[in-house]
Design a binder for this molecule. Sequence first.
Ligand code: KIV
Length: 284
Amino acid sequence: MSASAAPAIRARKGDGTPLVMVTAYDTPSARIADDAGVDILLVGDSVAMVVLGYEDTLSVTIDDMAHHTAAVSRAKPKAMVVADMPWMSYHVSREETVRNAAALMRAGASAVKLEGGRKRLEAIGAILDAEIPVMGHLGLTPQSVHMLGGFKVQAKEFDAARALLDDAVALAEAGCFSIVLECVPDAVATMVTEAVPVPTIGIGAGPRCDGQVLVFHDLLGFSAGRQPKFVRRYADLGTDATAAMARFADDVRAGRYPSEAESYHFVSVAEETPVTGLYQVASA
Ligand code: KIV
């Protein structure tokens, strides 16, 4: 069984080693995360906000998601690639749902993720019938931002927690191989994790999930503005990148860049060397 396939991820339930998932939206971010040894690369529809500058995730289309999924899969990662089904790609009809899930698989995903509980069981069944593994997503489901009234912690009261638990059990029974729990109280995430036979992967859901996921740009310090309290920054690359750019700008303006060694010189055709290293992405 390939370690990056849905059954292998499903089999990690209760093995004592938490699953590590991180978002990736392009080839260099996929390489960085894969070289670090993460288990799952999520081509999240958060690409809308993190990379494309939208206010929410509703603007990205299936074509956008396929484009980013293909870029991630071109890194040939060892990690499993899961692609988000964007808003309105699994809401209209069974046929459209399956066609859209297939587009993400053809772009290089090994599974798709979609948001919602019992009301998405028909869509989940249709995708599974097409032999495509499905990851669920409960709690704060950003595609429902207008129904939820904003990006808020969910299931804070007993009835909502009970409903979320019932949703999680239904998703697992329907055949989801894993479930993301986003922004729910840790006690609710613990209860769900103990109740379902598939791994839960938390984000803002406390330490007792079967795995954790963070957004690439949040984790590395590329995101601007106030971050939610569950975001732990492991680097401050945004600040480092701006400082590096400022040094480049200073060098250009002061005539220090490029140097003689960084320039090509007039030589005979026999001595001409090929241009190597042009436009290479990180760790290529
Ligand atoms: O799109 C995304 O990044 C996600 C994660 C927050 C789980 O769905």
